[in-house]
Design a protein around this ligand. Structure first.
Ligand code: FNR
Length: 378
């Protein structure tokens, strides 16, 4: 169908469910176990309501801000997703890079350690140095491999290092496990080197997990900090105590995330964790412009984005929607997804009575129902 028929980011998902190869759909869409966290990630946003302000002049609204020091046209980013070529051999991270570099729609792209395209090709596809690209790091058991990789991405001009900390092993994703996976057809640049080890595994995620070191701990993070000038952000933080710890270590930030519901099932929705983290930081005097809070998981609407920003997030990530948009339409799909979200954010900002991102705060939210979870496993 023509791109003009797409009116929200769910439309990309519906299309992808019909047109993607079976293996790609299973890998992309799955959550772990009973997929309760996957569902909660999004439905938790449905338990937050707005307290709009009226009689504010909203003729002009500005959705731009900065993330880790670079200007963005809207405070969202493409969360790292591995193996983008599974969905469409012609459209992978290079197309995402192009989609994120359009004038007026600049947003950062987080590039997975397991990207299908090479990091060199993805960085070369940037429209200019104004476009932010972040590297998502999976830490290998051989720290030399990891240190070399950090040096390489630093030399290639990436803007930040997002160390994923919620994957000591991959979660139990059953849709994905049912599909036999062979890296022979669609190997990621890094995992390809491990072809011999991974070929016999069931499921794409299980194949990748062998690269990742389950012994990763806080001490390693302190080591990486000495080793690179890049800002370090921890991705996959799931409790306020760990947010505080990261701030105390002087890191550049955290992404509050449960990996899109793909790791520990029944990990709480990130938006709940965000809501309790900010007061903990404030209590300790650790809330600062040098420590940025990011969040991802289940964000699909402009209103979801605004709720997270009101709660103190600086930037908001989306994973699957950009994957689906890119698999179906390449860079034009990515661009369309960004512009749809920007329009939704602008409309909702006007209706909320705010004209710039820095006016968003918790006073605009009613959180009284946030904890009213109703979980039933079918
Ligand atoms: C991911 N995610 C992920 N995270 C990461 O740090 N490195 C990676 O390589 C991947 N790969 C990956 C593949 C697929 C198919 C999915 C769906 C997710 C997690 C991702 O960065 C992000 O946390 C979630 O996707 C956010 O949730 P939503 O927006 O997909 O609901």
């Amino acid at each position: 169908p023509p791109l003009a028929n797409i009116i929200n980011v769910y439309d990309f998902e519906n299309l992808a469910s019909k047109f993607l190869p079976h293996q790609a759909w299973a890998y992309y869409s799955s959550g772990s176990d009973d997929e309760i966290s996957l569902r909660e990630n999004h439905s938790a946003y449905h338990r937050i309501f707005f307290k709009p302000r009226v009689l504010v002049d909203v003729s002009n609204v500005d959705t731009s801000t900065t993330l880790l020091g670079k200007k963005v046209d809207i405070p969202i980013f493409v969360a790292a997703t591995a193996l983008m070529q599974l969905g469409n051999p012609e459209k992978a991270e290079v197309n995402v890079a192009k989609g994120c570099g359009q004038a007026g729609l600049h947003i950062p792209q987080m590039i997975s350690t397991f990207s299908s395209n090479s990091i060199e090709d993805i960085t070369a596809a940037k429209s200019s140095d104004k476009q932010a690209q972040w590297f998502q790091l999976y830490v290998n058991g051989d720290r030399k491999v990891t240190k070399d990789l950090i040096q390489k991405v630093e030399a290639l001009g990436l803007d930040a290092l997002f160390v994923t900390v919620d994957v000591p092993l991959t979660g139990h994703r059953e849709k994905d496990l049912k599909i036999k996976f062979s890296t022979a057809d669609n190997g990621p640049s890094v995992a390809q080197k491990k072809k011999k080890d991974t070929k016999q595994d069931n499921g794409a995620s299980k194949a990748l997990t062998k690269f990742i070191d389950p012994s990763l701990s806080w001490n390693d993070i302190i080591e990486f900090k000495k080793h690179t000038k890049l800002p370090i952000v921890l991705k996959g933080i799931q409790r306020a105590e760990d947010v505080v710890k990261a701030a105390e270590l002087g890191l550049a930030g955290v992404v509050i995330s449960n990996h899109g519901g793909r790791q520990l099932d029944f990990a709480r929705a990130p938006v709940e964790v965000l809501a309790e983290s900010v007061p903990e930081l404030e209590k300790r005097g650790l809330r600062s412009d040098n420590f940025e809070l990011f969040i991802d998981g289940g964000i699909r609407r402009g209103t979801d984005i605004l709720k997270a920003l009101c709660l103190g997030a600086k930037g908001v990530g989306l994973g699957r929607p950009f994957m689906y948009a890119n698999s179906c339409y390449g860079e034009e799909g990515v661009e369309k997804a960004i512009s749809l979200l920007k329009e939704e954010v602008e409309t909702s900002m006007r209706l909320l009575g705010v004209t710039s991102i820095d006016q968003l705060g918790p006073d605009l939210l009613d959180l009284s129902t946030l904890r009213n979870r109703s979980v039933s496993v079918a």
